[in-house]
Design a protein around this ligand. Structure first.
Ligand code: SF4
Ligand code: SF4
Length: 503
């Protein structure tokens, strides 16, 4: 069938600058460029280009420019160009439109409607270069009060503390499974988490044995497919996370197509090579909070009650009640993933239409747990499209103990958010199980870029805290008086629990 879809992007090559080095030919995983030996010229197929910018970045003479195709359908605020293209695409394929990364709709980002306070005259600001600023964070169940005893001239703690994760920065790397991302990406995340004193999350595909040595900075995930889950794996991590849902595709399971299940991925996931790795939408042994409690305690039992257990859910309409049930079921950490959360592959219709923004989910969960007097029983980790240290700081003021980042981490390693992760042919070597393409990620360089990102955001958090007159993140946590809303309705302000600017 002839496609009625025009190319999305136009490749422009400056022939005066091009030296026919064929770098673009070798770098493009979508076969956009080819070398015509007869005419000694490089040719491009515009329709293959996804605008990943790999060739533009690698071209030694800067001969390439990728432009959005300027020809468009007639302007229509309802039937937009994107809508028309999606309908045409489905008329040609008869299938669900897949996409990668997070929801890109502008109206769902509320961090930009929240502004942070700063000290002026009273409660003076603090110079973070001269004064100590405490951003260390502990994740896990905390007692409401500590019992101390004075004996032999020393104060001794009597309360038995639950296992905790210690974070030197309130930012962790979110779940990305091996298979959805390359082994080199897992290694880069593991090394950066170790260096920065934080954690990376295996995602639902198990952990390659070569990475067990980073276990002290690893959260091992248990999802509905139970891929790669065994006793050694559970013991390898510092915490275990049960994945119920994720923000990019609430209510549906995961699917790693057979062609992405390479021999190494298959070994780690403990499934045959080339078979589809299907994670069912629900965990088939969890149909109630009581069932969840059983799994939480089974995992605690399996790890000798030495590791915190986290439960990850997607942010949905009744998220506060669900989170309350999860905490009462015994989880030490509740991770909530908002509607802008990313994924390697999801139906576009679900990614863009299902779930709620993390800002509202976080505020309502924190408030509900406080109202019920159980806020200390579990830490809250927020996820879903964090773009900067400003977003992180606002999340902490709204009630998060820490955040997960994934897209920002991938961007720091080269990702240009082309949203084609589901193809498995990521030209930057990130969202691919192919060891050949995965070689484009050098863990020495990628882990340094990740560590730099965490360092930069941590410094900025300290800088902002100083400006607010706050020297410990703990005193900012859930302190919504430090936030003001702009351009929000009364109802939105009420749910977020923040005042209007000027108030
Ligand atoms: S990478 Fe640049 S210089 Fe090399 S062939 Fe492609 S366009 Fe020409
Ligand atoms: S990870 Fe790769 S495929 Fe996915 S959006 Fe980034 S550059 Fe594109």
């Amino acid at each position: 069938m002839k496609s009625y879809l025009p190319p999305e992007y136009i490749v422009e090559r400056d022939e005066d600058k091009c030296i026919r080095c064929k770098v673009c030919v070798n770098q493009c995983t979508y076969d956009t460029h080819s070398y015509d030996a007869e005419d000694d010229v490089i040719r491009s197929k515009d329709e293959n280009c996804v605008n990943c910018q790999r060739c533009v970045t690698m071209c030694p003479t800067h001969a390439l420019t990728i432009r959005k195709n300027p020809s468009s359908y007639r302007d229509n605020a309802n039937m937009t160009n994107d809508v028309i293209k999606d309908i045409k695409k489905q008329a040609e394929t008869g299938g669900i439109i897949l996409t990668g990364m997070g929801c890109d709709k502008p109206q769902l980002t509320y961090w930009d409607r929240l502004l942070v306070n700063a000290s002026q005259v009273t409660n003076p600001s603090i110079d973070p270069l001269r004064e100590p600023m405490e951003i260390r964070t502990y994740l896990g169940s905390k007692p409401d009060a500590l019992q101390m005893e004075y004996a032999n001239g020393e104060i001794q703690l009597q309360t038995q503390l639950a296992p905790q994760l210690t974070l030197e920065t309130p930012i962790m790397f979110s779940a990305m499974s091996y298979g959805a991302v390359s082994l080199n990406v897992h290694e880069s995340l593991a090394r950066a988490a170790t260096k920065a004193g934080t954690y990376f999350n295996t995602g639902e595909g198990g952990l390659d044995p070569s990475l067990y040595k980073y276990g002290e900075h690893t959260i091992v995930q248990v999802a509905s497919g139970r891929f790669g889950v065994h006793s050694k794996y559970l013991h390898a991590g510092a915490a275990v996370e049960i994945k119920i849902g994720q923000g990019a595709k609430p209510g549906i399971g995961g699917h790693l197509p057979g062609e992405k299940v390479t021999p190494d991925v298959a070994r780690t996931r403990m499934i045959p090579v080339g078979t589809d790795a299907l994670s069912p939408a629900p965990q088939h042994d969890i149909y109630s909070i009581e069932d969840l409690r059983q799994l939480i305690y089974a995992l605690k039992e399996a790890t000798n009650y030495e590791k915190p257990v986290s439960v990850k859910i997607a942010a949905v309409h009744n998220v506060a009640a669900i989170a309350s049930g999860i905490v009462r079921a015994g989880a030490d950490i509740v991770a909530i993933d908002g509607v802008r959360g990313s994924t390697g592959s999801a139906p576009k219709i679900i990614r863009d239409n299902v779930g709620i923004p993390i800002e509202f989910a976080l505020a309502s969960v924190d408030q509900r747990l406080r109202d019920e007097g159980i806020r200390n029983r579990a830490s809250i980790v927020a996820a879903g499209g964090f773009r900067s240290s400003g977003d992180v700081l606002k999340a902490i003021a709204l009630g998060a103990d820490a955040v997960y980042i994934a897209t920002a981490a991938l961007i720091s390693m080269g990702c240009t958010v082309c949203q084609k992760c589901y193809t498995g042919k990521c030209p930057w070597g990130l969202a691919t199980p192919d060891p050949w393409i995965g070689k484009r990620i050098n863990p020495d360089i990628a882990s340094e870029r990740l560590t730099n990102l965490l360092r930069a955001w941590s410094l900025e958090i300290k800088e902002m805290m100083g400006g607010m007159g706050v020297n410990a993140l703990e005193s900012l946590r859930g302190n919504r008086l430090h936030l003001r809303g702009v351009g929000l309705t009364d109802t939105e302000l009420k749910i977020l629990g923040v005042k209007m600017v000027g108030d």
